[in-house]
Design a protein around this ligand. Structure first.
Ligand SMILES: O=P(O)(O)OC[C@H]1O[C@](O)(CO)[C@@H](O)[C@@H]1O
Length: 253
C-alpha cells in the first residue's frame, strides 16, 4: 500500500483530484468508481474546478457508484443518486447514460444485485476506485463480518453506521436500515484503489488499517491483498500511526 501523507483535507482533495484528472486526460474512455459520504466532497469540488478551468472532459467516461440505500427513491434528498447529482454530475459532463448507481427501489433486490455486478463485469472494472473508510473499517457498505469475496449484495447497516450518517437525515429513525453495495470482491476487481481518510475521527481506523492483518472484522484490511492501493491520508487521520512509529523508535532505542 502506497501512503501519501497530506498536510490537511484541502491538500488531500487536491492530490486525489489531480490523480483522477491525470488518468482521465490520458484515458478518456476510462471507468471510474466513485464513493459518497463526506470525505470525497473536496475531491469532487476540485474535479469540478478542473472541468471548468482546464476543460477536463468526462463525456466518454463511465462511472460506477459503490452503493445506495435500500428503500429510497433516486429523487429522495438523501439518496446517493441525489448526492452524485448535487455534488458532481450537474457540474461535469459525465453522460447520464454512463452514470451507474445501484437502484435501491428495485422490485427484486436480488436481481438488482446481479444486474449491477454484470454491468461492472461488462463495462468495468473501474480503472480507479475512490473509497472512503468507516470508523469501523467498512468500505462501501461492507460492514465488519462481511464476506471478503462478496459481490454486489444487500446489507443490514451497523447501528454505528446509521448513527454516523444520521447527520444527513432529519432524525436517526429516517436513516434506512438496509443498503445495496458492491461487495469486497467487486471492489477488489478495480485496477487501482484510492482510499481517502481525513480527520481525527478516522485516526483509529487508519492505525488499524496500517497495523492489522487481513480479517473480516475489519473489512478495509482486505486492501492489503490488492496490488495497487494508494492511501491518501491527512495528518490528523495519520496521527496514531505516527505515534505508533515514535513509540517503536523509542523502544528500539
Ligand atoms: O466519508 P465519511 O462521511 O466519513 O464516510 C465514510 C464511509 O461511510 C459511508 O458514508 C457509508 O456510511 C461511505 O459511503 C463512506 O466511504
Amino acid at each position: 500500500m502506497n501512503v501519501i501523507l497530506c498536510e490537511n483535507y484541502d491538500d488531500l482533495s487536491r492530490n486525489a483530484a489531480a490523480m483522477i484528472e491525470t488518468y482521465v486526460r490520458a484515458n478518456p474512455t476510462c471507468v471510474l468508481g466513485l464513493a459518497t459520504g463526506g470525505t470525497p466532497l473536496g475531491t469532487y469540488q476540485k474535479l469540478i474546478l478542473g472541468h471548468e478551468q482546464k476543460g477536463t472532459d468526462y463525456s466518454r467516461v463511465s462511472a460506477f457508484n459503490l452503493d445506495e440505500y435500500v428503500g429510497l427513491e433516486a429523487s429522495h434528498p438523501q439518496s446517493y443518486h441525489t448526492y452524485m447529482q448535487e455534488h458532481l454530475y450537474r457540474y461535469i459532463n459525465v453522460d447520464a447514460i454512463r452514470q451507474y448507481i445501484p437502484n435501491g427501489k428495485a422490485v427484486n433486490m436480488e436481481d438488482e444485485c446481479e444486474r449491477y455486478e454484470s454491468l461492472l463485469d461488462e463495462i468495468g472494472p473501474p480503472d480507479i476506485q475512490l473509497l472512503g473508510i468507516g470508523e469501523n473499517g467498512h468500505i462501501g457498505f461492507n460492514e465488519p463480518g462481511s464476506d471478503l469475496d462478496g459481490l454486489t449484495h444487500t446489507v443490514e447497516l451497523a447501528e454505528s453506521t446509521r448513527q454516523a450518517n444520521a447527520r444527513y437525515f432529519p432524525s436517526i429513525e429516517d436513516v434506512p436500515k438496509r443498503a445495496i453495495t458492491m461487495g469486497i470482491g467487486s471492489i477488489l476487481k478495480s485496477k487501482h484503489i484510492l482510499l481517502l481518510a481525513s480527520g481525527s475521527r478516522k485516526a483509529m481506523a487508519i492505525k488499524r488499517l496500517v497495523s492489522e492483518e487481513v480479517q473480516s472484522t475489519f473489512p478495509a484490511s482486505v486492501l492489503h491483498q490488492h496490488p495497487h492501493v494508494t492511501l491518501l491520508v491527512d495528518r490528523l487521520a495519520y496521527q496514531l500511526v505516527e505515534e505508533m512509529k515514535d513509540e517503536e523508535k523509542e523502544r528500539l532505542g
